[in-house]
Design a protein around this ligand. Structure first.
Ligand code: PMP
Length: 423
């Protein structure tokens, strides 16, 4: 079967200044054609996980039909092919992030990536009296590992607060960077508010004070043209399933000198050079941190996802999503009693909201019956919701393959369900 992704054709044109045919791009996502409860699906839960285009789906089929073998061990043809395809994916990810391939640890996702930093860098380095600075808008994946480190080292957590529009309070952040602060954990883009933090400036300030920076790029990688090298952070984590790739894939980028100095997190095969019962010589990074058989097919799929996104062009994707966000924000304005959380300038295409008199879960359940998939709840960000004094929000998160028509259908379904709930 030969699958020719429409978007890749168009992308070549688009990247030469032509307009992307978004209908053809959308046609690359078979799942978006299905119905839910007898209605055409309107999938607005992209911040939770993204849908997969044909080339990514095909890559999984192709791998298991033709190449399946373990990586880095076998000398036979299949083993060599699988290893080459796996390492080629690492190379694609390095190009996508604008970093060196040997600085990329392939892992299961952002959660794993941040835990790796917590266990391999922070645990040996931090001690009582040290402070870990964490922003209020972090996902639990960038909070809980630091709490575990704090418990074990005696370090303390300090919170960098936000402003009512959902942007980081930068003045307060810089004031909070006192000499005891050893690590700053901050997200590039908030999964709840859509806020895009000025991570380059933040990391410059942190670096001037000798603070190690861990940037959570989970929500940035699917939507922005990234240049991790120019951000100036020490660690940058992304997750594959939000950027058109398979679940169970992610990447930790780290400065080479930090990776070299870090002890392994997990022990096993692949991460060693020599093992005897007298001791073990560990492999060089990044393999030192990749114990066991990795998600080979997943990373080949993530490589295909990177090709796909780059084929369209991240600048086109960002522009398309900004246009959809403006439309959705405008459409929601007409809903009585609707309050949006997160209105920072330049925000990403995520809209968290509540409707007066209606519970978030009730609205999400009724919207589902209309075919509209949005998330309701705390979005793995309890401290952020505590700041706003609410127990839950609804969240509509857009991707480039959403349409203006879907936004109209979403707004109409929301108004219909609101009327049912608010007597
Ligand atoms: N950070 C952010 C900002 C996220 O949105 C998510 C996914 N919801 C994560 C971290 C965790 O990613 P994963 O579950 O893929 O490890």
């Amino acid at each position: 079967m030969s699958i020719v992704p429409a978007a890749v054709h168009d992308a070549a044109l688009a990247n030469h200044g032509r307009i992307v045919d978004w209908d053809r791009v959308r046609a690359d996502f078979p799942l978006l054609m299905r119905e839910v409860h007898g209605r055409p699906l309107v999938y607005l839960d992209n911040a939770n996980t993204g849908q997969k285009p044909l080339p990514v789906i095909a890559s999984q089929d192709e791998f298991y039909r033709r190449q399946n073998a373990n990586v880095s061990r076998a000398v036979h043809a299949l083993g060599t092919e699988a290893t080459e395809a796996y390492e080629a994916a690492r190379g694609k990810l390095a190009r996508f992030l604008n970093v060196r391939a040997d600085e990329l640890v392939l892992c299961s996702g952002t959660t794993f990536a941040i835990n790796l930093v917590a266990y391999s860098w922070a645990l040996p380095q931090l001690k009582a009296g040290d402070t870990i600075l964490v922003s209020r808008m972090e996902h639990h994946a960038n909070i809980v590992p630091w709490q575990l480190v704090a418990q074990r080292t005696g370090a303390t957590i300090r919170v960098a607060e936000i402003l009512p529009d959902g942007s980081l309070d930068l003045d307060a952040l810089y004031k909070a960077m006192t000499p005891d602060v050893k690590l700053l954990a901050v997200t590039h883009v908030s999964n709840v508010l859509g806020t895009v933090n000025p991570v380059r400036e933040i990391c410059r300030e942190a670096r001037r004070r000798g603070i190690i920076t861990v940037v959570d790029g989970s929500q940035a990688a699917p939507h922005l043209k990234l240049d991790v090298a120019s951000i100036g952070c020490d660690f940058y984590a992304i997750t594959g399933h939000k950027m058109c790739g398979p679940t169970g894939t992610g990447v930790l980028w780290a400065r080479r000198e930090l990776l070299q100095a870090m002890p392994p997190f997990l022990g096993g095969g692949e991460m060693i050079r020599e093992v005897s019962f007298h001791g073990t010589v560990f492999n060089d990074p990044p393999h030192r941190f990749e114990a066991g058989t990795p998600n080979i097919a997943g990373f080949i799929g993530l490589g295909a996802a990177v090709d796909y996104l780059e084929g369209i062009g991240m600048a086109h994707i960002a522009a398309r999503e900004a246009e959809l966000l403006a439309h959705a924000t405008e459409a929601l304005r007409s809903i009585p009693g609707l309050r949006i959380f997160g209105t920072a300038p330049g925000k990403a295409a995520v809209i968290s909201f509540l409707v007066e008199g209606a519970h978030a879960h009730d609205l999400a359940t009724l919207l589902d019956l209309e075919g509209v998939a949005v998330r309701s709840g705390q979005h793995c960000a309890h401290p952020l919701l505590q700041y706003f004094g609410v127990a839950a929000t609804l969240r509509a998160s857009l991707a480039f393959y959403n349409t203006h028509d879907e936004i109209e259908r979403f707004a109409a379904a929301l108004e219909k369900t609101r009327r049912l709930l608010v007597a």
